[in-house]
Design a protein around this ligand. Sequence first.
Ligand code: ATP
Ligand code: MG
Length: 252
Amino acid sequence: MGNYLIKLRDVEVRYNNRNGGLVAITGINLTVSPGEVVGIVGRSGCGKTTLLKVIAGLVKPTRGEVIYNGSQDGGGFRGIGMLFQSPLLLPWRTVLRNILLPIELRGEDLDKYVGRALELMERMGLKGFEDSYPWELSGGMQQRVALCRALIHRPSLLLLDEPFGSLDAITREEMWVLLQGAISYENYTTILVTHDIREAVLLSDRVIVMGGRPGRIKAEIPIPFRRPRSLELQYSREFNDYIAEIRGLLGD
Ligand SMILES: Nc1ncnc2c1ncn2[C@@H]1O[C@H](COP(=O)(O)OP(=O)(O)OP(=O)(O)O)[C@@H](O)[C@H]1O
Ligand SMILES: [Mg+2]
């Protein structure tokens, strides 16, 4: 029932290691609606990456289930785009050929996607760098290339794992603007894991606070500001009240 894109029901992930097993996350219930941007914050080791991996299907839940529902826009579930902390570009491929990699791996016709790749590059401020190599670009530019690659096949769900953690503060703000633009332009459903509470509040419709060992969802804070949001919102009283509330929840 209900209009959702993905639903996690009582999900637990246990890793088996030399000392027996480690339960990384437990009792996770989460429903994400189409077009929603969900931020996830929590201390190091509380299972945020594990949660993204289980949503991406890279790790199987040892309890509970993950349900994908791709029917609300008439099509099926069109897969997932992922962006990690480091851009993970292939150094021997040009920028354009890095962006087209997911299409190549799917065995689809590359020519059909060149126009889309160039359009994404233009929107990300990368016009003219098609034939450059990743090592000729700055860190922020490389991360923008990785974002184009994550979006090239119009995924149903965009998963971001601390995508801007290695960038300086100003470049990170520029990425917030570009990411918001990309998300609103094609209405991406997005899950954003971040250490940066400011980033979570500025970009998300809802912030999930995780904590404990094993990791659980401790709180969910709706962030009702209309999207897209301007960078100036960070200086408002209301915005900073959300920051303080979430900071408090992470503290105990
Ligand atoms: N492949 C694995 N095998 C065994 N244990 C793992 C594995 N991956 C993660 N863990 C453990 O599971 C717990 C959660 O790890 P996870 O990487 O999900 O945390 P995180 O919240 O993403 O941390 P960070 O903020 O540092 O990225 C940790 O205790 C970690 O050591
Ligand atoms: Mg992590």
